[in-house]
Ligand binder design. Structure first.
Ligand code: 8YV
Length: 313
C-alpha cells in the first residue's frame, strides 16, 4: 500500500501518524503553505483522508480530490465530514465508535463529581495554603440526584449505567424513544431539563442538534441545575450558557467541549462553579491506541478489499 496517497488533515497521535507513514504515502496538509499548489500536483494521488474531531473533509475538499475512496476519522463524531457528499461521490467513511465509550462515560461522571464536589476548587484551596487559614465550604451530594441524558446512544447508555450505580434516577431525550429502556423518556429537551438536576449532553452534532441546548433549556435547568457537556460545543448556545452562569441563572457546568476550540470564553475563567477541560474525554493511552488501531484496520481492510470494521458510509 506504500504507493497509496493518504492525506492527514489535522495532527494525530505520533503512533497513528507513524503507523500511517509505515503503510502509505502520507501528506500532512499543515506542512504545505501553498495548498492550491499541493492539490494541483498531488491531488490526483490522494485516495484516503484521515482526520479527527478538529478537522475532517468538507464538500470542497472532496471535490478537490478526484480519486478519494475513503475517509477514516479518528473520532466517533462525524460532524466535520460531509457525509452526503461522500455518499454522492461513492467515498467510504469510517469512524471509531465503541472503543471510546467507556472513557467518555467515565469522564462525564468525573465531571459531575468535579462540579458537585468542587474537586478542582478544593485542590486549589489546598495548594494556595488557604486550608491553614480557614474551613472549606460544604459541597453538593451526587448520589440519588436525578440525571437527564440528552442522546441515548452508546455513550448516553454507558453514562446512564454508571449514574444508576450512584442510585440516580435517569431520564433521557433522544430522537426516538428506546423501547428496551426503563428510563423515563421526555419528547423534548426542555421537558427533560425541567425534570432533572443534572443534564448531560451526549448526543452527536448534526444540523438538527446544533444549539439544541438554548436559553429555554438552560432556564429550565435553572439556578440549581448542572450542565455537563461531553458531546460538542456547538450543541450549546455558548453565549447563552456563559451569560446564565455569570448571572447565576444556571447553577454550574462541567465542560469538555467548546464552540471554537481551543478558544474558551474568558468570562468562564473567573467562575468557581465551572470545571473546564480541553476536550479530553477519549484521551487515555489505552483508548487513543484503540482508536488509532481502528483507523488503521479500516484503511487496511478497504485497500485489501475486505469488509470495513466500522463503516458509516
Ligand atoms: C476526539 C472526539 O476525536 O471521538 C470524538 O468524536 O471528539 C474525540 O474522541 C479526540 O479528542 C481526538 O481529537
Amino acid at each position: 500500500m506504500n504507493n497509496i496517497g493518504l492525506l492527514i488533515v489535522c495532527p494525530l497521535s505520533p503512533y497513528l501518524e507513524q503507523e500511517l507513514e509505515n503503510s502509505f504515502k502520507v501528506f500532512k496538509i499543515w506542512q504545505f503553505e501553498d495548498r492550491n499548489q499541493f492539490f494541483n500536483t498531488q491531488g490526483n494521488s490522494i485516495r484516503a483522508v484521515v482526520g479527527s474531531s478538529p478537522a475532517g473533509v468538507d464538500a470542497e475538499l472532496i471535490e478537490t480530490l478526484p480519486n478519494l475512496k475513503i475517509v477514516s476519522s479518528c473520532s466517533v463524531g462525524l460532524d466535520k465530514i460531509d457525509l452526503v457528499k461522500c455518499k454522492e461521490k461513492g467515498v467510504r467513511v469510517t469512524n471509531t465508535p465503541d472503543v471510546l465509550t467507556d472513557d467518555v462515560a467515565d469522564l462525564a461522571i468525573g465531571l459531575i463529581l468535579a462540579v458537585l464536589r468542587r474537586l478542582c476548587e478544593s485542590d486549589r484551596f489546598v495548594r494556595s495554603g488557604k486550608w491553614k487559614k480557614g474551613d472549606y465550604k460544604l459541597t453538593t451530594k451526587f448520589s440519588e440526584k436525578s440525571v437527564g441524558i440528552l442522546g441515548m446512544g452508546r455513550i448516553g447508555t454507558a453514562i446512564a449505567k454508571r449514574a444508576e450505580a450512584f442510585n440516580c434516577s435517569i431520564s433521557y431525550h433522544s430522537r426516538t424513544q428506546k423501547p428496551n429502556l426503563n428510563y423515563e423518556y421526555f419528547p423534548s429537551v426542555v421537558e427533560l431539563a425541567s425534570n432533572c438536576q443534572i443534564l448531560v449532553i451526549a448526543c452527536s452534532l448534526t444540523e438538527e442538534t446544533r444549539y439544541i441546548v438554548n436559553r429555554e433549556v438552560i432556564d429550565a435547568l435553572g439556578p440549581k441545575g448542572v450542565l455537563i457537556n461531553v458531546g460538542r460545543g456547538l450543541l450549546v448556545d455558548e453565549p447563552e450558557l456563559v451569560a446564565a452562569l455569570v448571572e447565576g441563572r444556571l447553577g454550574s457546568a462541567g465542560l469538555d467541549v467548546f464552540e471554537n476550540e481551543p478558544e474558551v470564553p474568558e468570562e468562564l475563567f473567573g467562575l468557581e462553579n465551572v470545571v473546564l477541560l480541553p476536550h479530553v474525554a477519549s484521551g487515555t493511552v489505552e483508548t487513543r491506541k484503540a482508536m488509532a488501531d481502528l483507523v488503521l484496520g479500516n484503511l487496511k481492510a478497504h485497500f485489501t478489499n475486505k469488509p470495513l470494521l466500522s463503516p458509516v458510509v
